[in-house]
Design a protein around this ligand. Structure first.
Ligand code: MRU
Length: 344
């Protein structure tokens, strides 16, 4: 089953509007780089690899907008485009990684005309998108080696096709296990406050026919303690050189319980999610989002007027709580600093 999370065609970026799922399937069309900036900020598109590829296509749309200017004016405008998109969201390093790839294309082709640069940027955007699906499929194969023939798997947030260009990272591992004929059952955390588990992961699982239960987040610890979970697999937004991993808020809590009850905790992420420029998770910027994400559900207020809210969107799981990191190049085990550095 194919989900086209994002697609560049007719000089526009088409995004599945993830704010609307599962109740309606709508396409959000980006015609300018500012539309992409908005789509990332407002989480029309979300998930680290998906925003990496969208950011790259945002640069393409910027070039489309300004390619009729003279070379100097085009270059100045493109600097602005790169700067704006680079900070659309702060935690997932795939966004900065995607922008960096586009910046290199701009710099390497600076002698060409704006029209030719635009074509080069489009090629690079398409390359990033194509590679992402291949990488996820490779990750799925490596990750599947960790899944027993009969397994109950817990996942958090959405690290599926919707969080990538296709197939998914953590959900890619689950998909691959299911396709390979394993007898698997998935528990999907609902993932407050944005409910990516309830709205997106369970939508993907139900569409695929993968047996699952959607659970409130606070059920996970009980399932783990009662021996009902064989392994946990989640995605990542940024992995530090030492393996400390930022992922959706609540992942750290799961990792603590998993460690206490000896349940393997796997992170599935492409190498583009590893930030070799930072040593530890302390250097990861954690996004804080609008208080309405907590005080309201689907636009309905559920908390008293005037209440103060703390709403970090991600947390950092320390490397000692992680059993292994699944990448497209294979399964990386501790010591992470040493073993991750071989992927550079
Ligand atoms: O705030 P979101 O929905 O963008 O957060 C997404 C996650 O935390 C995912 O687990 C992560 O990006 C990995 S997606 C393959």
């Amino acid at each position: 089953m194919e989900i086209k999370t994002l697609e560049f065609k007719d000089e526009k970026l088409f995004l599945v509007d993830q704010r609307k799922l599962p109740n309606s399937y709508e396409i959000f069309v980006c015609e300018t780089y500012k539309d992409v900036d908005f789509a990332i900020k407002d989480m029309v598109v979300r998930g680290a690899p998906a925003i990496g590829a969208s950011g790259a296509y945002g640069v393409v749309l910027g070039a489309k907008e300004f390619k009729s200017l003279d070379k100097d004016a085009f270059t100045t405008k493109m600097k602005e485009v790169l700067e704006v998109l680079n900070v659309s969201r702060p935690t997932a390093v795939n966004l900065m990684w995607g922008i960096k790839r586009m910046r290199s294309v701009l710099e390497d082709n600076i002698e060409l005309s704006p029209e030719e640069i635009y074509e080069k940027l489009k090629e690079e955007g398409n390359k990033i998108a194509k590679e992402d699906v291949e990488i996820n499929k490779a990750m799925g194969k490596h990750g599947n080696t960790l899944v027993p023939e009969k397994a109950t798997i817990l996942t958090h947030c959405n690290a599926g096709a919707l969080a990538t260009v296709g197939f998914g990272t953590a959900l890619g591992v689950i998909r691959e296990a299911f396709y390979s004929g394993k007898d698997i059952f998935v528990y999907a955390d609902e993932t407050r406050p944005r409910l990516q588990g309830a709205k997106l992961t369970s939508w993907e699982l139900v569409k695929e026919g993968i047996p699952c239960n959607l659970i409130p987040d606070n059920v996970a610890a009980t399932l783990i303690r009662d021996g009902k979970i064989d392994l946990i697999v989640v995605g990542a937004d940024r992995i530090a050189s030492n393996g400390d991993t930022a992922n959706k808020i609540g992942t750290f809590m799961l990792s603590v319980v998993a460690k206490a009850y000896n349940v393997p905790m796997y992170i599935a992420a492409p190498i583009s999610t590893i930030d070799f420029d930072i040593e530890t998770g302390k250097d990861i910027v954690i996004e804080e989002r609008d208080e309405k994400e907590v005080t309201h559900i689907n636009g309905v207020q559920i908390a008293p007027e005037g209440v103060k809210v703390y709403n970090p969107s991600f947390d950092v799981t320390p490397n000692e709580n992680i059993t292994a990191i699944i990448t497209e190049k294979g399964v990386i085990r501790p010591p992470f600093k040493e073993n991750l550095s071989k992927l550079r």
